[in-house]
Design a protein around this ligand. Structure first.
Ligand SMILES: [Zn+2]
Length: 295
C-alpha cells in the first residue's frame, strides 16, 4: 500500500513516527503551516517556521524515505491577532518557492471579520500564484462554517476544483461534494472522524475527490491513521484500486495542480550522513550506524 498523507504536522512529530510511517507505506506528506498551540508574538516567528517547512523538515523526511512538501499561510486562528497580520504582506515571497504546493491552512476558526479578510486575501494569493488552496473548516458550528467558507470561495478568483476543503464529516460532506471542491477528512484517535465512519462515507459517496489525512500534530493524534483507513477499506471489500486512489492518486492529483509536486527523493538527501546547513539528524555528529533510518 502506498500512502500520501496530505495533511500532517511533522514538525511536531519524532523520528520514531517517520520510521513507523515509512514501514506502514507512507512515501509522501504535505505539511500545512498552522499555529504552534500558543500565540506567536511577531511575524518573524512565522518566517523562521516557513523556512523550516521548506528546509529542515523536508530534509528530515527525506532521510526516512518520505517526500515532504508544505502549504504556507497565515492560519485562521492567528488571523485574529494584529501582531500576526503583516504575514499576509510577506507571503508572496514564500509562495514562489518550489516546496510550496498550496496556500493553506486558511479558512475559519471563529468566523470573525478578521478571518473573512485573511481568507479572501489568501484565496486571491493562491489564484495569483497558480496554487490550489487547503481550506480548514471550523470544528464548532460545522455546517454554518462550511457554507460560509464555500460562499467566500465562490466569490474568489480561485475555481472550486482547486480547493481542498478539510475536516469534513457526515454533516458537511454532502454540501461540500455538491460544490465541486476536493473533500478532505481528518481521522483522529477519539474525536471527529474515525476509520469506521470514514469507510462508511467512502461507501456512500465513493472515492472520487476524497483525501484522507491524519492531521497529526502536537495534540493527541496518530500518524498511522491513513494506513488504518486503508486496512479497513480492504477488509470491507474496497478494491486495491480504490485504496490507491484515496491514499495516493487523489492527493497527487490535488497537489499536482501546483505543478511543483516532486516525489523523487534526491539520493544525496536520503544519506544518513547528509547535512542541512551543517546539521544532521545524528546526535553529536555520530557514526552513520547510529542513524535512526533504514532499520
Ligand atoms: Zn492541521
Amino acid at each position: 500500500m502506498r500512502i500520501f498523507d496530505p495533511h500532517i504536522h511533522m514538525t511536531s512529530r519524532t523520528t520514531d513516527d517517520y520510521e513507523a510511517m515509512y514501514a506502514a507505506g507512507v512515501r509522501a506528506v504535505v505539511e500545512p503551516s498552522f499555529w504552534l498551540g500558543q500565540p506567536r508574538t511577531s511575524p518573524a516567528s512565522f518566517y523562521d517556521y516557513f523556512d523550516s517547512l521548506l528546509g529542515w523538515e523536508p530534509f528530515r523526511a527525506a532521510q526516512h524515505g518520505i517526500a515532504h512538501h508544505c502549504t504556507l499561510a497565515l492560519n485562521p486562528k492567528e488571523a485574529n491577532d494584529p501582531r500576526c497580520a503583516p504575514v499576509l504582506d510577506e507571503l508572496p515571497r514564500y509562495l514562489v518557492k518550489d516546496g510550496v504546493v498550496a496556500v493553506g491552512e486558511i479558512g475559519y476558526d471563529s468566523m470573525t471579520p478578521a478571518e473573512d479578510t485573511a481568507l479572501a486575501a489568501q484565496l486571491q494569493l493562491a489564484a495569483d500564484h497558480g496554487l490550489p488552496a487547503l481550506v480548514h473548516t471550523p470544528h464548532r458550528d460545522k455546517l454554518a462554517g462550511l457554507r460560509r467558507t464555500l460562499d467566500v470561495v465562490k466569490e474568489s478568483a480561485l475555481p472550486m476544483d482547486r480547493v481542498l476543503v478539510d475536516h469534513l464529516n457526515e454533516t458537511t460532506v454532502k454540501e461540500a461534494e455538491d460544490s465541486g471542491c476536493w473533500l478532505g477528512f481528518s481521522v483522529y484517535p477519539d474525536t471527529k472522524m474515525d476509520e469506521e465512519r470514514m469507510v462508511a462515507i467512502l461507501r456512500e459517496y465513493g472515492p472520487e475527490r476524497v483525501l484522507v489525512n491524519s492531521a497529526a500534530d502536537w495534540g493527541r493524534s496518530d500518524p498511522l491513521k491513513t494506513r488504518k483507513v486503508g486496512d479497513l477499506m480492504r477488509a470491507e471489500g474496497f478494491t486495491e484500486d480504490d485504496v490507491d486512489r484515496v491514499l495516493w492518486r487523489n492527493p497527487v492529483a490535488f497537489y499536482g495542480l501546483s505543478g511543483r509536486l516532486d516525489l523523487d527523493l534526491d539520493s544525496a538527501e536520503t544519506e544518513a550522513t547528509a547535512t542541512h546547513e551543517g546539521n544532521s539528524i545524528l546526535r553529536g555528529g555520530g557514526a552513520p550506524a547510529a542513524a535512526p533510518t533504514e532499520r
